[in-house]
Design a protein around this ligand. Structure first.
Ligand code: GDP
Ligand code: MN
Length: 390
């Protein structure tokens, strides 16, 4: 799950890291008032930033500097309602403008291969890091955190020197260690700050420079959300695929893929096997779907509705092993969903185990459109053939 910048900032600020003050608004009037407050507080401008879960907001015109409160309201008027990569901007973040001396890149990421949290940094911040990784990988420094001890001080110092931050060593070490600890504390798989900036600020004895986190991107491991109800509450439903939202609400594990054979299976292992068999038979699964154990007919109907909502699905393969799940419940759900279906997609159903005969009766009575198969190989072969013929 991706967090909006405003929520990512909350987690970083809570960890004691130097994130400039910010506020959030959804109309230009609010932005004007918030900008007035920051300007009265000594800021010499504000930055207005679109809150959308896509990268490159700056390039797309979603990040704008304003010198006066009226300016801020005006740029907010332009940003709110703007379409950035298909997402409509509903909220903006307002923050005092920093005087940037230098922009850097710093991120802590989960690396599944080495099973470590890696800290990645570059003196070339503000840029597209994927681009940099491709064009000049030597410009990125990578340091692994210790699996039990976290990021040790000497490693954090090594990163600070690599980034040319010897004059900000103490602050840099706190930030490097902080990003890694935010990963652990929240079960995040990415905590990215781009840019981390050296900013200049007025001080009693002349301008002083310090580090500040000017942007924040955090993604949380979905499987860990059960342990973080406070983070679950940060989920932005407006920006999620509606299919994902519906599947989660129905308690279904559903992942959309790019094939044309919709698959409905109970149990994750059986679902994977079914997908493998479809592939082996020359077909392409349109989704992974585990309806779970003991699914009732309404859940089955909802699952079929989700499968058919994908217009590229040309055939549906149902593979149910009735243990806790009862075959007749599944069959009833299929017939129910079939009645509300707005297009004619052939369906091959294989149900074995508990109440399989009853299931077969229910499907036979329901009439055309649903074919039954007794062996899994047969079911898969027919589904693949039907999808190809469609
Ligand atoms: P992104 O484009 O979605 O990554 O949005 P960012 O928050 O990273 O902003 C893009 C760019 O705007 C940054 O790389 C900076 O160059 C600039 N920017 C952001 N905040 C400030 C600020 O407080 N002061 C100044 N001068 N520039 C800023
Ligand atoms: Mn950025």
């Amino acid at each position: 799950m991706k967090l909006q910048e405003l929520d990512a900032r909350t987690l970083l600020a809570r960890a004691g890291l130097p994130v400039p003050a910010w506020s959030v608004a959804s109309d230009p009037g609010e932005v004007r008032a918030q900008a007035e407050a920051f300007l009265a507080d000594g800021a010499d401008g504000v930055v207005v930033k679109a809150q959308v879960l896509v990268g490159g907001r700056g390039k797309a015109g979603g990040v704008k500097l304003a010198r006066t409160a009226d300016d801020a309201a005006e740029v907010a008027g332009a940003i709110l309602g703007m379409d950035i990569k298909g997402i409509t901007v509903r909220r903006v973040l307002v923050t005092p403008a920093s005087a940037i001396v230098r922009e850097l890149y710093l991120a802590a990421v989960l690396d599944r291969t080495s099973r470590r949290i890696l800290l990645m940094g570059s003196a070339q911040g503000g840029v597209d890091i994927e681009e940099l990784a491709a064009s000049d990988p030597s410009a990125i420094t990578t340091i692994a955190a210790h699996p039990h001890l976290g990021l040790q001080d000497h490693r954090a110092r090594r990163m600070a020197f690599a980034l040319g931050l010897s004059e900000h060593l103490k602050e840099a070490v706190v930030i490097c260690k902080g990003l890694v600890s935010v990963v652990y504390a929240n079960d995040a798989d990415l905590v990215e700050v781009n840019p981390l900036a050296i900013v200049r600020e007025p001080a009693p004895d002349g301008p002083a420079e310090r580090l500040a986190l000017l942007d924040a991107k955090i993604t949380i491991d979905d499987s860990a959300l059960g342990r973080h109800p406070d983070l679950e509450a940060m989920r932005d439903l407006d920006e999620e695929d509606p299919v994902d939202v519906e599947a989660r609400a129905a308690g279904l594990s559903f992942i959309r893929l790019d094939g044309d054979i919709g698959c409905m299976v109970n149990g994750a292992g059986l679902a994977m096997t079914t997908m493998d068999l479809v592939k082996r038979a020359g077909g392409r699964p349109a989704n992974f779907l585990d309806i779970g154990g003991g699914a009732r007919h309404d859940k089955v109907a909802e699952a079929l509705r989700l499968i058919l909502a994908d217009r590229s699905v040309k055939a549906v393969l149902v593979n149910i092993f009735g243990g806790i799940a009862r075959g007749d419940e599944v069959a009833r759900g299929l017939v129910e969903a079939r009645a509300h279906q707005d297009r004619d997609v052939p369906m091959i159903v294989r149900i074995v185990g508990t109440n399989a005969e009853l299931a077969a009766d229910i499907l036979r009575e329901a009439g055309s459109g649903i074919e039954t198969a007794t062996s899994l190989d047969d079911a898969v072969a027919r589904a693949v053939a039907l999808a190809k013929a469609a």
